[in-house]
Design a protein around this ligand. Structure first.
Ligand code: NAD
Ligand code: USQ
Length: 404
C-alpha cells in the first residue's frame, strides 16, 4: 500500500463517500472496474431529500444494495458498503478502521445551491452537514490513516465570477512592492457554495498543521448520465435530476426539450460556468488518486473541460432538438438567484490535462444521445417540478413544508 511504499505506488483501497449519488456511483464503478478495492460510504440522505420534496430521478434507480449485488454478479468485483452519516464520528471511525483506505474520495455533501436557499433550516443543514462531515474526515485521516490521500469535491463556484482570469487555487500577487502566492479569492453565492469555501479552508489548514495530503477538485457543472459501467445493466443506471432544486443546467435543458417545456434561461442568460461530461468526472477523480498529493500539500485542480453561458447551452439544445424534430422554445425566467448575468469569465483548467485527462467535449453526437435518452424516459417527467421555486431573496426563518 501507499503507506508501506512511501507514496510511490498506486493507492489500492479507495473509500468513496457519497458513492450512492450521481458522481459518486459512476466513480465507484469506474474505480472498481479499474482494479481498485472500493468501499462506498453513504447515508442515503439524497434519496431522502427526494422523498421530502416530492422529487424523483428521471431514470429509475435501484437500491444501493441491488446496485452492488448486480455489479458483483456481472463482474465478480465486490464493493464494500458502509451505510451511515459521516457527521457521526463513531460511525466514520469504524468505517476507517475496518476498511483502511489509501485514498478517500469525498462526494458526500448536500450539493444543491437552491436546496441550501429554501429556508433557514436547510441553509444550516447544508453548512453543518458539509463542514462537519469534512472536518470529521480530516480527523479520521489524522487519527487512523495518516498517509491516506483526501480527494475532495469542491466547486468552481467557490471563485464566483471575478473580472480577472481564475487561476487553479492560487494567485501570485504583488502588493506594495512585495510578492506572494496566495489562495485565490473566494466569492461564493449560495450557502451551499459557501460550505465548499469553508471546507477548502479547513483542508488547507490541516495540510499545513498536520501534514494531510489533499486534492481539492473544483468541479464545474456536470452533464450527461451514461458511463461505460452504468450502461452494463439497468440496475446500474445512474440518477438523473431535472427538477428546479437538484437539476443542473444542461441536463435540465435536455429534459425540457424532450417534454416540450420551454428552456428555462434565468435572467439574461450570460451566466458562464465551466462544464464537464460525467465520463470526465470519473476520469479526473481516478487521475487525482493515481497521482496523489504529497504529505502536507493542499493541491487544487479546476475540474471542467469547457465554458458555456446559459444562452449558449440553450442554443445548442435548440439546434440539436431541431434535428430530432423537436420544436424547442426558450423562455426568460426572472432570475431566482442573485448572480451576475453578464460577466467576464476565463478560468484555467490545465493541471488535470497535464496529468493525462482526455476530455469528452460536448459534441453534437453527445447532445443527440442525451436528448434520445431524455425522450426515452419522458413519461416519467413531472413537469410541475421544472420551474424554479427557490428564491435567494425570499429565504426566511420559517421552515418551508411541501403542501402540494
Ligand atoms: P449527489 O447528491 O447525487 O450525491 C451526494 C451523495 O452524498 C448522496 O448519495 C448523499 O446521500 C451522500 N451524502 C450527503 N451527505 C452525507 C453524509 N453526511 N454522510 C454520508 N453520505 C452523505 O451529488 P453529486 O451531484 O453526485 O455531487 C457529488 C459531489 O460533487 C458534491 O460534493 C458536489 O458538491 C460536487 N459537485 C457536483 C457537481 C454536479 O454538477 N453534480 C458539480 C460540481 C461539484
Ligand atoms: N440556470 C439557468 N436555468 C436553469 C438552471 C440553471 O439559467 O434552469 C443557471 C443558474 O442561474 C446558474 C447556472 O445556470 O447561473 C448554473 O446553475 P446550475 O443549477 O446548473 O449549477 P449550480 O447551482 O452552480 O450547481 C451545480 C451543482 C453543484 C456544483 C456546481 C458547480 O449542483 O453541486 O458545485 O454546479 S459550479 O457551477 O461550477 O459552481
Amino acid at each position: 500500500s501507499l503507506e508501506n511504499s512511501g507514496g510511490s505506488s498506486k493507492p489500492q483501497r479507495v473509500m468513496v463517500i457519497g458513492g450512492d449519488g450521481y458522481c459518486g456511483w459512476a466513480t465507484s464503478l469506474h474505480l472498481s472496474n479499474m482494479g481498485y478495492e472500493v468501499a462506498i460510504v453513504d447515508n442515503l440522505v439524497r434519496r431522502h431529500f427526494d422523498h421530502q420534496l416530492g422529487l424523483d430521478s428521471l431514470t429509475p434507480i435501484s437500491s444501493i444494495h441491488n446496485r452492488i449485488r448486480c455489479w458483483k454478479s456481472l463482474t465478480g468485483k465486490s464493493i464494500e458498503l458502509y451505510i451511515g452519516d459521516i457527521c457521526d464520528f463513531g460511525f466514520l471511525s469504524e468505517a476507517f478502521q475496518s476498511f483502511e483506505p489509501d485514498a478517500v474520495v469525498h462526494f458526500g455533501e448536500q450539493r444543491s445551491a437552491p436546496y441550501s436557499m429554501i429556508d433557514r433550516s436547510r441553509a444550516v443543514f447544508t453548512q453543518q452537514n458539509n463542514v462537519i462531515g469534512t472536518l470529521n474526515v480530516l480527523f479520521a485521516i489524522k487519527e487512523f490513516r495518516e498517509q491516506c490521500h483526501l480527494v475532495k469535491l469542491g466547486t468552481m463556484g467557490e471563485y464566483g465570477t471575478p473580472n480577472i482570469d481564475i487561476e487553479e487555487g492560487y494567485i501570485t500577487i504583488t502588493h506594495n512592492g512585495r510578492t506572494d502566492t496566495l489562495p485565490y479569492p473566494k466569492q461564493a453565492s449560495s450557502f451551499y457554495h459557501l460550505s465548499k469555501v469553508h471546507d477548502s479552508h479547513n483542508i488547507a489548514f490541516t495540510c499545513k498543521a498536520w501534514g494531510i495530503r489533499a486534492t481539492d477538485l473544483n468541479q464545474g457543472v456536470v452533464y450527461g448520465v451514461k458511463t461505460p459501467e452504468t450502461e452494463m445493466h439497468e440496475e446500474l443506471h445512474n440518477r438523473f435530476d431535472y427538477d428546479g432544486v437538484f437539476g443542473t443546467a444542461l441536463n435540465r435543458f435536455c429534459v425540457q426539450a424532450a417534454v416540450g417545456h420551454p428552456l428555462t434561461v434565468y435572467g439574461k442568460g450570460g451566466q458562464t460556468r465551466g462544464y464537464l461530461d460525467i465520463r470526465d468526472t470519473v476520469q479526473c477523480v481516478e487521475i487525482a488518486i493515481a497521482n496523489p498529493a504529497k504529505p502536507g500539500e493542499f493541491r487544487v485542480f479546476n475540474q471542467f473541460t469547457e465554458q458555456f453561458s446559459v444562452n449558449e447551452l440553450a442554443a445548442l439544445v435548440t439546434k440539436a432538438g431541431k434535428k430530432l424534430g423537436l420544436d424547442v422554445q426558450t423562455v426568460s425566467v426572472p432570475n431566482p438567484r442573485v448572480e451576475a448575468e453578464e460577466h467576464y469569465y476565463n478560468a484555467k483548467h490545465t493541471k488535470l490535462i497535464e496529468l493525462g485527462l482526455k476530455p469528452h467535449l460536448l459534441s453534437d453526437s453527445l447532445l443527440d444521445s442525451l436528448l434520445h435518452f431524455t425522450i426515452k424516459y419522458k413519461d416519467r417527467v413531472d413537469t410541475k417540478q421544472i420551474m424554479p421555486s427557490v428564491s435567494w431573496k425570499k429565504i426566511g426563518v420559517k421552515t418551508k413544508t411541501v403542501t402540494a
